[in-house]
Design a protein around this ligand. Structure first.
Ligand SMILES: Cc1ncc(COP(=O)(O)O)c(C=O)c1O
Length: 458
């Protein structure tokens, strides 16, 4: 069975339980906690100095069972005990993953826990746990924090699936209602929060697809005044924006996007206080435990091998998006990019970001009509090979979709109008493979074809 590995210091752990192990003798209580010395932001005063790259580098590193530089995958659904009494102690909560006791992988799994530690380090939260999709992370956290008869206040510019969850699914199955607001109108937000009834204020740090930026410190202040938790979806801005350092209580992710980077895995995470993660795993009342959107250990291993190069990837996504947005604007296109000074929340984002990355890998081009949007995307994929017509984001190739008729199609015409989604809005997730100039010349070639056919004038 597992050999005890050499101790490489506090942040390194290859500890495995061995056959002769005395059940209950070990004490290692950091199972959902990133690292005891990790900053856990109780006040926004610590904001803007958070460094996810440094935090990730000092998070505990798991070695493989045979001393491999990479951890071993704990591919077991169930776990043995050495003494029958241990099972009872585990089920009573006396022994748990904090002491390396595992019951069953829908509850806790060591490999998934390790990815959770990385996610907690990335977001600067006390704990994190990973799920089978971004939607399961979002729905589980909402169902844990909000009960029947209670309320959510949410931004009206959200990913279509999240919007549908709140507008249609939660009211029907759980009697949980949502009031949608303009999160830039602080008076409207304040008035919507009802003390005692509203449990969550929910927004995306950078919204899908309109790229509005949430004023996280201010939203956090208003929410906390009313005893409400601020939950932020940080899918569009890993590494360069750290909502917990700005006052968010919980950060959710669709790992399927930038964090995965390969457009080959669907996954999610909930990052927040250890008490929240533990409550979601409660055997009687935990939404993750009882709804069961578990991440597979093999998937967790794959993802944990990609997190070390997330910083490098984000820098290049951001760099290219900034260059293309600047050039597109110069060409006379209607571009939405929070890195451009004419973006309504440019200054706000600048005041919140972690330095050295930029302003994100997504930009939007508003072609005004769906016909022109489709023509542009068609040329960019099938004539010049600039990118692919596909939903999702964070891939190494550029992905483009017309949001109104795809990822936001769950919204009705009025909701789209309120969210600022024009019928010709093309969302681009800017990739980084190929050279920047090679890719730019592909864009220019497609646009001049649009000009030839009279569909674009500058
Ligand atoms: C901002 C945002 N949050 C959440 C989700 C849902 O994540 P997943 O597809 O991993 O369930 C998506 C997209 O799918 C998204 O764009």
């Amino acid at each position: 069975m597992a050999a005890e590995l050499k101790n490489h210091g506090a942040v390194l752990s290859g500890k495995k339980r061995s056959a002769g192990h005395d059940d209950g003798a070990e004490d290692n209580n950091d199972y959902v906690v990133a690292k005891k010395s990790m900053p856990f932001f109780s006040s926004p005063a610590a904001m803007a100095r958070y460094d996810p790259a440094a935090a990730l580098a000092s998070a505990r590193h798991e070695f493989g069972e045979h001393g491999g530089v990479n951890m071993s995958i704990e591919a077991s659904a169930t776990f043995t005990v050495m003494e029958p009494e241990t099972m009872r102690r585990m089920f009573s909560g006396e022994l748990g993953p904090d002491r390396d006791f595992f019951i069953y992988s829908r509850h806790f799994n060591p490999t998934v826990l390790n990815l959770g530690r990385q996610m907690a380090a990335l977001e600067g939260t006390e704990a994190a746990y990973c799920t089978s999709s971004g939607m399961s992370a979002i729905s589980s956290v909402l169902m844990q924090l909000v009960s029947s008869g209670e309320n959510i206040v949410a931004s009206r510019t959200l990913y279509g699936g999240t919007h549908a969850l709140m507008a249609h699914f939660l009211p029907r199955v759980a009697n949980i209602t949502t009031t949608f607001v303009d999160i830039h109108d602080m008076e409207m937000v304040r008035n919507a929060l009802v003390v005692g009834k509203t449990k969550v204020l929910y927004c995306e740090s950078i919204s899908n697809p309109t790229l509005n930026v949430a004023d996280i410190p201010e939203l956090s202040r208003i929410a906390h005044e009313k005893g409400v938790m601020l939950v932020v979806d940080n899918t569009f801005s890993p590494m360069f924006l750290s909502p917990a350092s700005l006052g968010a209580d919980v950060v959710v992710h669709s790992i399927s996007k930038f964090i995965s980077g390969g457009a080959d895995i669907i996954a999610g995470a909930v990052c927040g206080p250890a008490s929240l993660v533990n409550s979601m795993m409660d055997l009687h009342q935990g939404s993750l435990m009882l709804l069961g959107p578990t991440m597979n250990a093999k998937v967790a291993f794959e993802l944990s091998e990609r997190i070390p190069h997330l910083a490098l990837r984000m820098k290049e996504h951001c760099n290219r998006a900034m260059v293309y947005a600047t050039r597109m604007k110069k060409m006379g296109l209607k571009v939405v990019y929070p890195g451009l000074e004419d973006h309504p929340q440019h200054k706000l984002l600048k005041s919140m970001i972690n330095k050295e990355y930029g302003y994100g890998g997504l930009l939007c081009v508003d072609m005004e009509t769906e016909e022109r949007a489709n023509r542009l995307m068609n040329l960019l994929q099938n004539y010049t090979q600039f990118g692919f017509m596909a939903v999702s984001l964070g891939y190494y190739e550029t992905l483009m979709s017309c949001s109104g008729s795809s990822t936001s199609s769950e919204m009705n015409a009025e909701e789209k109008k309120l969210a600022g989604i024009s019928p010709g809005l093309v969302r681009m997730s800017v990739g980084y493979i190929g050279t920047l100039e090679q890719r730019w010349s592909q864009f220019e070639k497609a646009l001049s074809r649009m000009q030839d056919s009279g569909l674009f004038k500058n």
